[in-house]
Design a protein around this ligand. Sequence first.
Ligand code: NZQ
Ligand code: ZN
Length: 385
Amino acid sequence: MNNFTFYNPVKILFGKGQISKLSKEIPAEARVMVTYGGGSIKKNGVYDQVMEALKEHTVLEFSNIEPNPHYETLMQAVEIARRQNIDFLLAVGGGSIVDGTKFIAAAIPFEGGDPWDILSKRAPVETAVPFGAVLTLPATGSEMNAGAVITRVETKEKLSFGSPHTFPKFSVLDPETTFSLPLRQISNGIVDAFTHVLEQYLTYPVNAPLQDRMAESILLTLKEEGPKAMQNPGDYDTMANFMWSATMALNGVIRVGVPTDWATHYIAHELTALHGIDHARTLAVVLPALLRYKSETKKEKLLQYGKRIWGVDAGTEDECIEATIQATIAFFESLDINTRLSDYQVGEDTIRRIVQRFQERGVKDLGERADIQVEDVQQILTMSL
Ligand code: NZQ
Ligand code: ZN
């Protein structure tokens, strides 16, 4: 097992009725900005619950943060928050709202020049305005990690940042808030969380059986509960299990002491940046091609994954690996998620654009062995056509 440091200070309030506890988590004298998206929280009653819980607080609202939150929109929130002396933020929504709020929190006190540098130059975040979250979409794990992904519309860039200062102070996870989710977002959430686990598990063995089995337990739970969530999004226990699985998939626990990949995410973000395809769908396109392309260096873990998650153990090693990748594709497609680039009307011109961008950005050494170069990205994307 590799050396590691583990730090995760996020307090989780899990279960029905927990939104009512918000007032105790936010200092009474705080000037709070509540951030949210296009209005789902007004339709499903979450907005009313939040406002009821905060009725004794000074509250200002900032709405209309988009999916794949836009830097341009978030900077408007930063301006308002600075003018209004906001000293606490509360994100209410999915991963885009939590991510966007992390950026707002970091940008408000940022003194290192243009806040875009936090994303484009990884300018250090020395401090951030404290914030909490009320999560309404199990998927990203953003509610219990310190990372965020932000899109600049002007340049069609989608970049990430993270800092020890951008962990939420707390996150409320009430499975009842997910009952209103459209099937498309449920399937996105399952595939995103599943891929988060694979990015931290499908690498190479370092004799870390506990991390392996924890990762496998999340995969098995998503495999079992995911289809149930699609069939019955109003079932509390199913949504509770799905919600906690998605959080556990990316809160840092399964990453400790093991190599991690993240090349699928890095490449897939470009497809959202250029074409606006949902994050999870871009992962479902890139992952199978990447696994095939790297099947030799990922062999041991692919065989273990196939055997323990999909029961694949007959045939040669190559046959088992192909059957395992096929099982993964079948799982994604059973959730109505297409897995080929051409399914999204994306072709070779986009691959050329991504390759050019990566060359300009000096992208190199992706993946757990730092052996994926721009030429490999081109081949992986071509395999996904
Ligand atoms: O805007 P509203 O009206 O709220 O509607 C949203 C949005 O249209 C809707 N929605 C959310 N909760 C709902 C609901 N509709 C009905 N009922 C509810 N309970 O769902 C739509 C999508 O929301 P969004 O927040 O964009 O989805 P998701 O949670 O999948 O977040 C995706 C973003 O997270 C980033 C992605 O790149 C993408 O920008 N990621 C963040 C990560 C992190 N911080 O660790 C890791 C991930 O790999 C990912 O990159
Ligand atoms: Zn993801």
